[in-house]
Design a protein around this ligand. Structure first.
Ligand code: 6FA
Ligand code: ABL
Length: 796
């Protein structure tokens, strides 16, 4: 692809690239997210004060451990209450020379934020303030005035940019004024690249998207010095004690000792796996504690992040189905996990509170012995039936029973019929997955997101033996050899050192997701040696590891899969691209929002997908692989040489699913960020060949549908080249499974091997990709998993 102007969002990439390469996250902005200030990030990611020996300036900042770049800030004194804050700060970026450019967003997210980027050019630093409202290359930001301070330099090992930034604490955006939270806690974001910018002498140079990014917690309220000290530093002066303006009074009152309540079961994570598990355990009368690192989501759970147009209607972003697409272009997406470098929901409901809500009952093949499930799991249907009874699906979610915005359904149905597909009601016939299509099925009810939060969590919360806590980050399990005695959290009000104990026969169930559960295991001394060594080298985490003789070596993080997926973008004159969903949060079509507010009906009661289809394909290795397709109005990116009508675009995403043979690996880096160490897509070239075949089949009869036009790829690119040149990170489908595969890391009762009382129930135990978007399969797995845990002797 080479360098290009629109480098943050390179041509041919699809939406998922945001998850891997841009900054999808940001700190909170509303009441529910405020409690993130309770530091849900592991301590190892929190910054603090340090003095730069070159200039004597005391900065508050952080050296991220992977690329070893330091980002620091220092502010003038906080204004007296009621007065406006000063609008400047001094900052620095100190980077090893391998850093070809680095960037910092003090506000903590890429969109709508002050972004400072810098790189070396010969012996000088070239830098700029930039801004963007979308995940594209940020461009010059008007307002900020940058002055380089004298200690900026480039030498053979490092470059350092020390700067004063004026008009930089607050800035205007189309959505109002944004500010750095100078009087409280913030989560700045950094971006890093090993690829040089296109024209290093030009501050406005284009450059390719960052290779890496991350976050750290910073107490901005502490990062202030006296005006005299600040004035000295901003004028290039050095040294001087940092006369802090905040005086801390040490209280001598002794707090009463914290007492901890023991539980029969501690479930970690309130995603689909954790909610089913916790509900069923509490239903059985056990004393259950469910811990969730994030905050509330839907209105019913206490979430209050609502669009202005729904004021007074008790509806949040997580309630209104059509707001799904706005998850990806919000300036303050506090719901993404900040220490997982792909999309993952860190809030009540986990992924099910932010996902597309496609809900497909698992076919028999999801649990067939050939897929890696133990034979004893073969009779799985009763568990799916239990789930279906609790959470029914609907493919006509509007409260008036009508379907809306169905043009893409009609066009895609015409195409598929020509290839011998039959229309079915998808969840009436879960095993019919070859040449079948139907209306997209969702977990919505009464015009709103429902999922496990609206069902399982609700019944659990009604029981006196069930306790749910938000904003509690589980760092590790506490264990003595094989016996788990409790969990260590970041919340010291819950027990001495944040440790919550188990009752004598108690058990812990990890449901922290395909990235979160492996990380907890590594931090508990369970996993491959290289991962435990990373924990050992982390000053904050290492003291919590058990003695080395008690490490449990298991392939945690291996055998990972996710669907490789490719977007095809089309136009058709009948299609309403629904403004590509862009205005739904701020400025929706008035008739549609009014209809929804009045009766829960209309376009707003559905997500974005309109049609799903499946077929089987055979590979040159004699194996069968299934392909799933999802059709939706709009598109994340269009690359075409054709003129086209943007109001008529729609996307078919093709996912390769059950049967894929590629596998990857999940692990942590030195910052304890969970990430794919080996990407799971196309490690077997036959997967790629089969997907290309499937894509070619999808468009094989395109000329039989009058007016239908494929615009991405266009006729200058063959399908094979389109797939070959697809950004690898963009193949991500957010359907990660397998990092604690059953029979490899957990036994057939979901118990972690070589432990007495530690279990995992979430996407991570699924040994092979399910047929469809996975959350229904995950919940149904949890139904069987928790039944087995309850049946297993020796428990509470
Ligand atoms: N799946 C579907 O079936 N249909 C869809 O339409 C669909 N769409 C999406 C989607 O649009 C996006 C953007 C994403 C990211 C995923 C989608 N998926 C879809 C996938 C589906 O949501 C996931 O496969 C599913 O949620 C995974 O379920 P798990 O139970 O395995 O894990 P989660 O990540 O949902 O939940 C883990 C929970 O643990 C979170 O709430 C997290 O905050 C919490 N947690 C993690 N670490 C923790 C810790 N250390 N301490 C306390 N809590 C922790
Ligand atoms: C899923 O299962 C996928 O994980 C999501 O990626 C997908 O949504 C939903 N279901 C709905 O089909 C897409 C959005 O439609 C895009 O707009 C978004 O950019 C993309 O997810 C991000 O991965």
């Amino acid at each position: 692809m080479g360098s290009m102007v629109n480098a943050f969002k390179a041509n041919g990439e699809k939406e998922q690239d945001r998850s891997n390469h841009c900054l999808p996250h940001s700190p909170r902005r509303n009441a529910s997210a405020l409690s993130i200030d309770h530091s849900p990030l592991p301590l190892s990611q929190a910054g603090g004060p340090y003095t730069d020996p070159d200039n004597g300036i005391t900065f508050w900042g952080y050296t991220e451990p992977v690329h070893k770049v330091t980002y620091g800030f220092v502010f003038p004194p906080l204004a007296a209450s009621g007065s406006p804050q000063s609008n400047e700060f001094i900052g620095e970026i100190v980077a090893p020379i391998a850093t070809k450019w680095a960037g910092i967003s003090p506000g903590g997210n890429m969109l709508q934020n002050l972004l400072l980027t810098a790189w070396p050019n010969g012996n000088s630093i070239v830098r700029s303030a930039r801004f963007t409202t979308d995940y594209v290359l940020p461009t010059a930001m008007s307002g900020p005035v940058l002055t380089d301070l004298p200690s900026s330099k480039v030498n053979s090992t490092h470059w350092k940019w020390v700067y004063r930034c004026v008009n930089c604490q607050s800035w205007s955006t189309a959505a109002g004024t944004r500010s750095i939270p100078v009087d409280s806690f913030g989560v700045p974001a950094w971006a890093w690249s090993s690829v040089a910018v296109d024209s290093p002498s030009n501050p406005q140079s284009t450059f390719l998207e960052h290779n890496d990014f991350g976050f750290f917690g910073l107490d901005y309220s502490a990062a202030h010095v006296s005006q005299a000290t600040y004035d000295n530093w901003k004028a290039g002066g050095t040294g001087g004690p940092p006369t802090t303006t905040t005086t801390t009074t040490t209280t001598t009152t002794t707090q009463p000792p914290v007492t901890a309540t023991p539980y029969d079961y501690i479930v970690v994570g309130s995603g689909p796996g954790g909610l089913v598990t916790a509900d069923r355990l509490s239903e059985a009368g056990k004393k259950v504690l469910l811990l969730e690192r994030g905050g509330p989501s839907t209105w019913e759970t206490g979430g209050r992040y609502s669009p202005a147009w729904a004021n007074g209607h008790n509806l949040t972003k997580f309630d209104v189905p059509s707001l799904f697409e706005s998850m990806f272009n919000d300036g303050n997406p506090f719901w993404w996990c900040k220490d997982v470098n792909v999309f993952a929901g860190c809030l009540t409901g986990g992924g099910t509170s932010i996902n597309g809500a496609l809900y497909f009952l698992p076919p028999y093949s999801d649990f067939a012995p050939t897929t890696g499930w133990p034979v004893s799991w073969g009779n799985h249907a009763p568990y799916t039936a239990k789930m279906k009874a609790r959470l029914p699906s609907t493919d006509a979610p509007s409260t008036d029973g009508k379907r809306y915005l169905e043009q893409t359904f009609d066009v895609a149905a015409a195409l598929l019929k020509g290839q011998g597909y039959s229309q079915i009601t998808i969840n009436d016939n879960p095993d019919y997955k070859d040449h079948a299509y139907g209306y997209s099925a969702y977990n919505f009810a009464k015009g709103k997101r429902n999922g496990p939060v609206g069902t399982y969590l609700k019944t659990a919360l009604a029981r006196p033996n069930f306790t749910f806590k938000n904003y509690v980050y589980v760092l590790n399990v506490v264990r003595k050899g094989a016996q788990i005695t409790g969990v260590k959290t970041n919340d010291t009000s819950l027990g001495p050192d944040g440790i919550i104990p188990l009752t004598s026969k108690g058990r812990v169930v990890l449901s922290a997701g395909a990235f979160g559960s492996p990380r907890i295991l590594f931090r508990s001394g369970i996993g491959p040696t290289d991962m435990i060594n990373i924990v050992k080298n982390d000053a904050a985490a290492s003291p919590n590891l058990p003695p080395q003789a008690e490490y449990i070596n298991l392939p945690v993080g291996s055998y990972v899969s996710d669907n490789p997926s490719i977007n095809l973008v089309f136009t058709h004159p009948s299609v309403d691209a629904y403004d590509n969903w862009a205005p739904i949060w701020t400025n929706p079509r008035p008739a549609d929002s009014a209809q929804y507010l009045k009766s829960g009906a209309g376009v707003f009661s559905q997500g974005s997908p309109r049609l799903n289809f499946w077929r089987a394909l055979s590979g040159s290795d004699g194996k069968t692989r299934w392909l799933q397709g999802t059709v939706r109005p709009g598109a994340a990116s269009v690359t075409t040489s054709y003129p086209y009508n943007a109001s008529q675009i729609f996307t078919i995403t093709a996912y390769l699913s059950t049967g894929i043979t590629s596998r990857g690996r999940i692990g942590i880096d030195a910052a304890m960020t969970a990430r794919a160490l080996v990407a799971p897509w196309f490690t077997d070239p036959i997967d790629k060949a089969v997907l290309i075949q499937g894509l070619n089949d999808i468009i094989s009869n395109i000329n039989s549908v009058p007016g239908l036009k494929l615009i991405t790829p266009d006729n200058t690119v063959t399908m094979t080249n389109y797939v070959n040149n697809y950004d690898p990170g963009s193949l991500n489908s957010n359907h990660w499974v397998g990092s604690n595969s059953i029979s490899k890391v957990v036994d057939e009762n979901t118990k972690v091997f070589n432990t007495n009382n530690l279990f995992v129930v979430d996407a991570s135990i699924i040994p092979q990709l399910p047929m469809s978007n996975p959350h229904a399969t995950i919940m149904s797995v949890a139904e069987q998993g928790v039944a087995r845990i309850l049946a297993l002797a020796g428990g509470p």
